[in-house]
Write a protein that binds this ligand. Structure first.
Ligand SMILES: NC(=O)c1ccc[n+]([C@@H]2O[C@H](COP(=O)([O-])OP(=O)(O)OC[C@H]3O[C@@H](n4cnc5c(N)ncnc54)[C@H](O)[C@@H]3O)[C@@H](O)[C@H]2O)c1
Length: 349
């Protein structure tokens, strides 16, 4: 039987809830293929993932077992299944730049416990992969956790837009230690980014000039309040992902993030693209996506965790950027979606 892939979670928010419930669900239903982008990766199933450590700073989560912490306020994303009981107790991580004043009102009640030594906790837990689910904008905190992962000998999956996997210095440091750094910023299973990219790729491959490209994301969870307050890095990673498809004559893509109402993990995205086709005649595409935001990201992270193990095990760490191109919005190398998918299959088969 395959050895378990031991992971640590940084940030026990809505995405962590979907991830942990998803691992519980596919472990209870080992033949279930629906909803998975890959049933097996290098021989590993979702049930081979085991969470062995977790960090948060919210007093409603710190000190609780993981299966309780994922359901503590203000996590409200849709339930996948009853999570497996967990012996992992959520530890108090270091705060740095991860809390805005607005978030303190409801979304984060900062614990007054002393932060633990993250590297030491990681080593003691036996974690080999760290999943970074910090709020967007916590760039300093993200570096601190990445540093701890390096010290503890863990690979790192950066699910938020802090510049880590895109930064050659961080990449080199992980590679030098034989570790994998996948990132940055998850490209959800059916998210605005992938649908927008596929629409633009289609129009560009069919001779269009893009005259307008607009994406509006409306949501209402902790992440959306934070994105509304600190939109810069998310908008940058969304735009980078779209710009890589366009040429200089095409209109610059616009991506907006709108905070709707408290405790609403449902997301609605509208994408509106206009272009000029044969003879300069105009045509447009209008797409609407309705989804639950957090499970949409967990479907990617269960692949990223298994990819990290397989890249390391098969000595293919130098192929991490292509794997990130498939899974992440802002990888160090952007590839057309079909190429990224093909490379993922080939590298990790
Ligand atoms: N589809 C998606 O949901 C999606 C897609 C792409 C990227 N992301 C990114 O993933 C990240 C997580 O999203 P989420 O919806 O789970 O957010 P969330 O706000 O629900 O969860 C963040 C968690 O981090 C905790 N936290 C804050 N500072 C911390 C610190 N210093 N140390 C440890 N924990 C800390 C918070 O208390 C909270 O529990 C965000 O950056 C988001 O932008 C999400």
């Amino acid at each position: 039987m395959a050895k378990k892939i031991k992971v640590a979670i940084v940030g026990v928010g809505n995405c962590a809830k979907s991830f942990y419930e998803g691992v519980s669900f596919y472990s209870d239903n080992p033949q279930e293929k629906i909803g998975l982008m890959h049933f097996k990766i290098g021989g590993y199933s979702v049930s081979d993932i085991e969470v062995v450590a977790a960090f948060d700073i919210d007093e409603r989560k710190v000190g609780k077992p993981l299966h309780e912490a994922i359901n503590a306020e203000p996590n409200h994303t849709i339930k996948i299944t009853d999570p497996h009981p967990s012996k992992v107790i959520v530890k108090r991580g270091p705060t740095y730049d991860s809390v805005t004043e607005e978030a303190r009102e409801y979304y984060i009640h900062e614990s007054n416990l002393k932060p633990v030594d993250v590297a030491k906790e990681l080593k003691e837990s036996g974690a080999e992969v760290v999943i970074n689910y910090l709020p967007t904008g916590s760039d300093q905190a993200a570096s601190v956790y990445a540093e701890a992962a390096l010290e503890a000998g863990c690979s790192f999956i950066n699910c938020m837009p802090a510049h880590l996997a895109r930064d050659p210095k961080w990449q080199k440091r992980f590679i030098k230690k034989g570790l994998v750094l996948i990132g940055d910023d998850i490209k959800s299973q059916l998210g605005a980014t992938i649908v927008n990219r596929v629409c633009l790729e289609l129009l560009k491959s069919r001779g269009f000039l893009i005259t307008h490209s607009d994406q509006t994301n409306i949501g209402g969870n902790a992440d959306f309040l934070n994105l509304h307050l600190r939109p810069h890095s998310k908008e940058e990673s969304k735009k980078a992902s779209l710009n890589s498809i366009l040429s200089k004559d095409d209109a610059v893509p616009v991506a907006r993030l709108v905070y709707a109402k408290k405790n609403f993990d449902h997301k609605r995205t509208s994408i509106y693209i206009t272009g000029e086709m044969f003879g300069g005649i105009s045509a447009s595409v209008h797409a609407l996506i309705d989804d639950e935001d957090s499970p949409n990201s967990a479907g990617i992270v269960v692949d990223a965790v298994r990819a990290a193990r397989v890249l390391k095990e098969t000595g293919k760490i130098e192929h991490t950027p292509e794997i990130s191109a498939y899974l992440m919005k802002a990888p160090s190398v952007q590839l057309p979606e079909a190429d990224a998918y093909e490379k993922f299959q080939k590298i990790l088969k």
